[in-house]
Design a protein around this ligand. Structure first.
Ligand code: THU
Length: 140
């Protein structure tokens, strides 16, 4: 699947965006290494903090259905411009992907695609590796 095709899937998902408070509609499409695609949109809430971003919607849908091994995620907003994942979404993705291989695909503002590796967007991430020393030493 090309980056433009993945962006097209993210645009379809954006149609379901529930964003009555910000008016900022986002769609995402997560490409699994087996070629399957999981889509998501942002889902806002009157209490604000329960809001879920499009990227995490797609990721959690995929993980909750047993998927592991992800290649890329496309993210789109309304304006054809670059929408980079928020810090929480970068951290959520870092749990499940190889940061120097997994790409974030975004629109470039000129009708094309632009991408970056997660490692570029979240250097020195806190990962499950950071907890290994704790689980090796803890008593209970
Ligand atoms: N949002 C996303 O869904 N993904 C992003 O990468 C940036 C922000 C959503 C959250 C909220 O519903 C709206 O955009 C404004 O922040």
């Amino acid at each position: 699947m090309t980056d433009m095709e993945l962006l097209a899937r993210a645009k379809e998902a954006k149609n379901f965006s529930y964003a009555p408070y910000s008016g900022f509609h986002v769609g995402a499409a997560l490409l699994c290494e087996d070629g399957s695609v999981y889509t998501g949109c942002n889902i806002e809430n009157a209490a604000y903090s329960p809001t879920n971003c499009a990227e995490r919607t797609a990721l959690f849908k995929a993980v909750s259905e047993g998927k592991r091994g992800f290649a890329a995620i496309a993210v789109v907003g309304d304006r054809g411009e670059r929408v980079t994942p928020c810090g929480v979404c970068r951290q959520a993705l870092a749990e499940f992907v190889e940061p120097d291989r997994f790409r974030i695909v975004m629109e470039d503002g000129r009708g094309g695609a632009w991408s970056a590796y997660l490692k570029e967007l979240l250097p020195y991430a806190f990962t499950p590796d950071n907890l290994k020393s704790v689980s090796a030493t803890k008593k209970d």
